[in-house]
Design a protein around this ligand. Sequence first.
Ligand code: MN
Ligand code: MN
Length: 291
Amino acid sequence: MSYEKAGKIAAEALQYGRRLIKPGIKLSEVVKKVEEKIIADKGAFAFPPQISMNNITAHYYPDPSDDTEFKEEDLVKLDLGVQINGHIADTALTVDLSENNEHLELVKASKDALKEALTLFTPETPLTKIGKAIEEVIVGYGFQPIRNLSGHEIKPYELHAGLTVPNFNNKDRTPLEENQVFAVEPFATTGDGYVKDGKPSGIYKLVNPKNSRSGRDVLNFIIDNFKTLPFHKSQILKKFGDFKGSFGLRILEREEIIHQYPQLVERSGGIVSQAEHTVIVKDKPIITTKI
Ligand code: MN
Ligand code: MN
């Protein structure tokens, strides 16, 4: 089954990436190697692999020109997505590079919250019960969940489809149904638990595939290669060159045909950990991204 195959490739790429994250190594080098591994394993990207550090919570893609290196005090989140025929696996983990494992509890908080949440992905569970469990575990560690980020339902070629999985008790009584697929992703923070928009990420997604005269070539390439899945600017520049690629993206963004994601940062400057798996709802839930 494609969901499970994508899950296995994603899980192996995540563990491979984890071992590459070390002080003095470039973020862009890790992302490049992870991408190569996914391709070698015959997976396709569901979105560009991301490495967000410290108070940056999500949507940081280190492109080949990014010279940022890991430092000893960094708390590093690696988040990647693989798809096979549009069947998506989305998974993430956090690596603590501090010398004395300073952030051990913060890392455990999101990891334990995820573990607890995954047991609840059985038919009829109301979504809020999952949010409540996540919130209780994280608050139990003395941290806050990120309340304005959530897990999400997954459908073929749709990364954020339909329902959302709250990271707190949001009173949503919608019941889970058998065979629904979800990415579950608790975030724990030392801050007050909300993200705000940061810098542009260079990650885009097709939102409204209407005609565009001057952006047509770039648009057709996006439709053929990514459909509605997220992609990075560097994938466009590689195909069209810097000038035509940047111009095309600018036009399509202005015409509201594509949307650019901002980086997301914890608004009070708190540092953030994340853990994520993809799960299929069953009497005995299937975690596709577990090895
Ligand atoms: Mn993810
Ligand atoms: Mn996700």
